[in-house]
Design a protein around this ligand. Structure first.
Ligand code: ADP
Length: 247
């Protein structure tokens, strides 16, 4: 496999803030169908990597290619249109709208609350909304106002709002923070399913959950990669034990 076969190819990526390198010469490849988890202590640069991929932060140097297209020169909006979706830790759902309406306004052609008022529901859109609601385990709550959902269900709804846009790369920041044990289990299954056919990049601190979901893991430390590979290999790495897992 050559580097161009990967869905996401990050090469020699660096960003400096007033001379401080938050991400330092990072090279990372993520395949299609891969669920890749980035771990590392606070301040390691995990969030900054996601910010760089989605265009929220601009790199100082290096390249980010997604499906062979360079992203570093594109705006956040253009990067979304290239098929990159990102979920932040706090869900940004419309609390006063139902699950159905939240999914509807997120559908690419009907995006925006005002858009939805004039948006004609085609059979195709209806089918997609129901398909996604089922996928995120909210089919039985489809008419429920989002405010009434549990914390975990709100997180799933936001994942659904991204899935309805069919992203080819989905990035999630601590997707199970604050969830019950059962919701974690269900989220693991959900992530496993949604990584089929696309790439998923997750930041996570909960090591049990990482073990459960990760196809490959990258450990960041001070903006650099300390180790990258399968979880069982990474866990045995003495450098990783010293700076992270041994704590
Ligand atoms: P992590 O997500 O691993 O906890 P971050 O990516 O949030 O780490 O931050 C990495 C480092 O970069 C931290 O020291 C943080 O203070 C710094 N940093 C991140 N964004 C900025 C910014 N916009 N300006 C200055 N420093 C920043």
């Amino acid at each position: 496999m050559t580097n161009t076969d990967f869905s996401l190819s990050i090469e020699d990526l660096t960003v400096s803030f007033d001379g401080f390198k938050a991400v330092d010469d990072l090279t990372l490849y993520i395949d299609k169908n891969e669920l890749h988890v980035v771990i590392g202590p606070n301040g390691a640069g995990k969030t900054t990597v996601l910010d760089l991929i989605c265009g929220k932060t601009k790199s100082t140097s290096g390249s980010i290619k997604f499906l062979n297209q360079e992203l570093t020169s594109l705006s956040e909006h253009e990067i979304v249109r290239k098929g990159v979706g990102r979920k932040f830790q706090t869900p940004s759902i419309y609390e006063n709208l139902s699950v159905f309406e939240n999914l509807e306004v997120s559908y690419p052609e009907g995006r925006g609350v005002f858009g939805s008022l004039v948006f004609k529901r085609s059979a195709k859109v209806m089918a997609k909304i129901h398909e996604v609601a089922q996928q995120i385990m909210l089919e039985d709550e489809i008419e429920t106002e989002a405010a009434l959902l549990s914390h975990g269900q709100k997180q799933w709804l936001e994942i659904g709002m991204l899935l309805i846009q069919d992203p080819q790369l989905l990035m999630l920041d601590e997707p199970v923070a604050g969830m019950s044990v059962k919701e974690r289990e269900q989220t693991a299954e959900l992530l496993n399913k949604i990584s089929q056919g696309r790439s998923v990049l997750v930041i996570e601190h909960d090591m049990e959950f990482v073990e459960r979901i990760a196809h490959r893991v990258t450990v960041l430390h001070q903006g650099k990669i300390l180790a990258s590979g399968k979880m069982d290999e990474v866990q045995k790495d003495p450098k990783v034990i010293e700076v992270y897992l041994g704590h």
